[in-house]
Write a protein that binds this ligand. Structure first.
Ligand code: SF4
Length: 353
């Protein structure tokens, strides 16, 4: 992949004129850029904005994040998904405090040694916050570059990303202001002009006269991506165990999907009412009423959960579980959005009491 340096000037001019005023751009400290970039992985800007504001109110500095209470951290992340991002933020903040004197390191190489920071985030922090000529290449930027150069190779191949990063490095501006603007301009162009899933807005693009994909009429079908494997479908039965004004929660294991998150207890497969009763009695619990509840589906990147729920009234508090009131569910315990449907059923039941 080869890029012409002619793209730099129109791109920077366009960004300075049309770039959206986002909070992490207006105050582009290394900490702010880091938090925003981690949040924006897998999350749209509009959805991330309120989370970003709340997060910085709760943890205004790296030191605050390093000392964060885990449940509070997860509560602030609740709904954003991909919770390992939040856990890695805290781990990285601890490392920044212990190994880097409380300031994020000033090079992409050193940034990459921190948990949760890969090539893209390291490049984004190094260029946007420190003004270094370090490209940040994600799917958005790869789309722009593959269209611009009419490159029809699969952009998910690691070699393509490496080449794109090297090609950008050749033409990256060296002044700190321009290096910072270049990274943001490429991101912005991919988000608002050279958009995914449909026709790019070439008429509004500052690179339209330099774009090979547009010239050849193939921009819309780029980038090329290998077909992803089908998601696995998993059936689960979620048990909403009520006692008085509380419901039972358990914590997921430290490894695997949604590790360390709070959840309603669940079992593999779709159980019948009598199977639920037998499973609970085997645990030493005494159900006095069992009613089937709503069904739900949650789609992760590689799997789908098909949930069925049962609302169970217990004769005594569920030994071995944490119990939470509806207020505690709102303020203290963070449940992944995979449990959105069961959570609504729990709220409805507890609020009616
Ligand atoms: Fe993308 Fe069109 Fe601009 Fe080319 S001219 S970079 S296809 S928006």
């Amino acid at each position: 992949m080869k890029l012409t340096p002619e793209i730099v000037s129109p791109l920077l001019d366009w960004y300075r004129r049309y770039g959206r005023p986002l909070p992490w751009r207006e105050s582009a400290t290394p900490y702010h850029v880091w938090i925003s970039e981690i949040m924006l992985q897998q999350t749209r800007i509009e959805a991330a904005l309120p989370y970003y504001r709340r997060f910085l109110e709760a943890f205004p500095t790296v030191a605050d994040l390093a000392g964060a209470d885990d449940d509070r951290l997860m509560k602030l992340w609740e709904g954003l998904g991909y919770y390992s991002r939040a856990r890695n933020l805290k781990k990285a903040a601890e490392r920044v405090m212990s190994d880097f004197g409380g300031s994020l390191p000033r090079s992409a190489e050193a940034l990459r040694t921190l948990p949760g920071i890969g090539d893209y985030t390291a490049g984004a922090i190094a260029s946007i916050a420190y003004g270094l000529p370090a490209p940040a290449v994600d799917g958005n930027v790869l789309r722009v570059l593959s269209r611009l150069t009419a490159d029809e190779r699969d952009v998910l191949r690691e070699g393509v990303k490496r080449e794109a990063t090297a090609a950008l490095r050749e033409i990256y501006p060296t002044s700190p202001e321009d290096a910072a603007a270049m990274t943001q301009a490429l991101m912005e162009l991919g988000e608002v002009v050279c958009i995914p899933n449909g026709a790019p807005h070439c008429d509004a693009c500052p690179l339209r006269t330099l774009c090979e994909g547009r010239r050849l009429g193939i921009a819309e079908r780029l980038p090329t991506r290998a077909k992803k494997p089908e998601r696995t479908k998993e059936k689960r039965t979620v048990l909403l165990l009520f006692h008085g004004r509380t419901v039972a929660l358990s914590r997921r294991g430290e490894d695997g999907l949604l590790s360390g998150m709070w959840e309603f207890p669940s079992r593999d497969g779709h159980l019948t009412e009598s199977e639920v009763e037998a499973a609970l009695r085997a645990e030493g619990l005494t159900p006095v009423a069992i009613a089937s509840g709503p069904r739900g589906k949650h789609v992760f990147s590689h799997r789908e959960w098909h949930l069925t729920t049962y609302l169970v009234t217990l004769a005594s508090p569920p030994v071995g579980y944490v119990t939470a009131t509806v207020e505690e569910l709102a303020d203290t315990y963070a449940l992944p959005s995979a449990f959105r449907v069961p959570l609504a059923a729990v709220r409805e039941r507890l609020e009616a009491l």
